[in-house]
Design a protein around this ligand. Structure first.
Ligand SMILES: [Zn+2]
Length: 583
């Protein structure tokens, strides 16, 4: 039930060049007639993500994901189809008729955002109610201004069981859905639901479009557990896929050309309050690769500002390498002593913080200083284990120049011959690649793993026929329709795509790849197969069509021949013939 006319959708799609659009997020380089870049859907070091300006589709030859502009927006920006179309229209400057308010009811994702919005508004209002003055004071005491509270839409979940529940009921929202979002939960005894967040300060999590995907609730009483209660994963919220505060920071990041990465919500609010608006929080100590990639969309330079204690230092170093391995530049702003960024700025002021920023260090430098702080006069063994630990990180870098610079620094500071360090690095590299051959590295827990697709023989010939049908050459098309048939296909996925394309030709006389992509938007297998076929096949001659049909027919005849032989053999082995021969 498209609420925007198909022609309008076509107009929007065709007025945007997919290469330019994707290039906003991923650095694409021209390679022949296509563009190539690092795939955003799986972790890789060599580019196998191909975008075709001619066909206006993309395909990753590493993980197999493919599609067109709209499916890219759906998969990458986590939008519903209709939201992708509206966003694309806005991007292209095309006006689309506003659809009615209640359209959200039809859209599953929209509905979930809607429920979170109800909850957020409720928590916000509650914070400002006079009976909860003490909660508001909690922020004001921490020098978080009312305007910052309102920007980040901070709130309070009261110490009762049915506060949000009543609001949700009033709004006519499906309680089951609200429970899925972790806002309410079923009572342990008896029927009905209770509020999940109780007596907690609420931090809503936003995606980059500013929609609420989940919540974090900080405890207010010592005995409460856990300290931070977070929303569970849901169709709109995946842990480690958002960065807290990013939606508010985008413009400032672009303007300043770098981003501050802090650990906690209050560190972020402090920096924001103090005018450092290009700040995001990892909210948790371990940064994920997905989060690092998210940063990469906006800037290459990340200033890590973590707590000054040993846990904070460890986390800063670990995250610095996660960031650097994504091709970004990390530097560490060292907060002295046991302070955190929030307390440091509050007690020492912005000038002192600016000075720390100026003194920031690249991770290797920072680590070396840390090492000499721990071991003022290190022995050989200590140097060795330290350099091994450091080289172990560097080995995963793509940037050879950076590796060179870091090794040089290490050599100077530790007084170790540079060429020794290089050969040690190469040894680690060799060991690692040997290891990875034995066990397929699968440390990639946030991206879709690139699973090898098992394909029966002559898959290419089956794909070839589909590719040929996608062309508008009538002669070739008729040849295939007359000479090929469903029985020629052995792979289920190619068969179902072939049938679909034939049906489309019979119904409309043409095949429109974009229309097929939209039809397959929820059908990962056919969508990916279609983009692969469209991007791999170039030989669109009648001869190629004949070859494909010939090969597939030959396979069928071979199979039949084997069957007949089997039959003859079985007959020969049967009792009749045994009698016959024994006579
Ligand atoms: Zn990929």
């Amino acid at each position: 039930m498209p609420r925007i006319h198909e022609d309008k959708i076509d107009e929007i799609r065709s007025s945007i060049n997919i290469v330019n659009y994707i290039n906003q997020y991923i650095n694409l380089k021209k390679a022949g007639k296509n563009y190539k870049g690092l795939c955003p859907f799986h972790t890789e070091k060599t580019s196998s993500f191909v975008v075709s300006p001619e066909k206006q589709i993309f395909h990753c030859f590493g993980c197999g994901k493919g599609g067109n502009l709209f499916t890219f927006m759906m998969d990458y920006e986590k939008l519903s189809f209709m939201d992708a179309v509206s966003k694309a229209a806005e991007y292209a400057g095309i006006a689309i008729p506003r659809y009615e308010e209640d359209k959200t009811k039809n859209d599953y994702f929209q509905n979930l955002y809607h429920i979170n919005e109800i909850a957020c508004t409720h928590y916000e209002k509650t914070l400002f109610k006079s009976q909860h003055k003490a909660r508001l004071k909690y922020f004001l005491d921490r020098k978080i201004s009312e305007s910052t509270i309102k920007i980040f839409r901070l709130g309070y979940a009261p110490d009762t069981y049915e506060s949000l529940l009543n609001q949700i009921k009033k709004s006519g929202v499906d309680l089951e859905e609200a429970a899925k979002l972790g806002l309410i939960s079923r009572k342990e005894h008896g029927a009905g639901y209770i509020d999940k967040f109780r007596h907690r300060i609420i931090f809503p999590f936003f995606n980059i479009s500013g929609k609420i995907v989940g919540f974090g609730g900080r405890k207010l009483r010592e005995e409460q557990q856990p300290k931070y209660l977070n929303s569970p994963e849901s169709p709109i919220y995946k842990k480690g896929e958002i960065l807290y505060g990013l939606n508010f920071a985008i413009n400032a990041i672009r303007e300043k050309e770098f981003v501050f990465l802090v650990e906690g919500y209050f560190d972020l609010l402090r920096l924001y309050e103090s005018g450092y608006k290009n700040v995001v929080a990892s909210s948790g100590t371990a940064l994920t690769e997905t989060q690092a990639k998210l940063i990469r969309r906006y800037t290459k330079d990340v200033y890590i500002v973590y707590d000054g204690d040993s846990a904070g230092i460890k986390a800063a170093i670990r995250n610095a390498y996660i960031i650097e391995k994504q091709g970004l530049n990390a530097s560490i702003v060292a907060i002295p002593g046991e302070e955190d960024p929030d307390s440091f700025i509050l007690s020492k002021g912005e000038k002192a913080f600016d000075k720390l920023i100026k003194e920031r260090q690249v991770p290797v430098q920072f680590q070396i200083d840390q090492f000499f702080y721990d071991y003022p006069t290190p022995g050989i063994e200590q140097k060795q284990s330290f350099s091994a630990e450091l080289l172990d990180e560097l080995v995963d870098f793509d940037d050879q120049i950076k590796i060179g610079i870091y090794i040089q620094q290490l050599s100077e500071k530790l007084q170790i011959n540079e060429s020794m360090l290089v050969s040690q690095l190469n040894r680690i590299k060799r060991n690692k690649s040997r290891y990875s051959k034995l066990s397929r590295p699968n440390n990639d827990n946030t991206d879709t793993p690139a699973e090898p697709v098992i394909r029966a023989g002559l898959f290419n010939a089956e794909m070839g026929l589909i590719g040929l049908l996608l062309q508008s050459d009538a002669q070739i098309r008729n040849f295939i329709i007359e000479n090929a048939s469903n029985e020629l296909f052995e792979n289920e996925s190619t068969l179902s795509l072939y049938e679909h394309v034939i049906q489309e030709i019979e119904d409309t006389g043409i095949v429109n790849i974009d229309h097929l992509m939209i039809e397959f938007k929820e059908d990962e297998t056919r969508k990916n197969l279609l983009s692969e076929i469209a991007l791999t096949l170039d030989d669109m001659s009648l001869k190629f069509a004949r070859d494909c049909v010939y090969q597939l027919r030959k396979r069928q005849l071979d199979k039949k021949a084997v069957e007949i032989q089997e039959m003859i053999k079985n007959e020969a082995d049967s009792e009749d013939s045994v009698e016959h021969y024994s006579k």
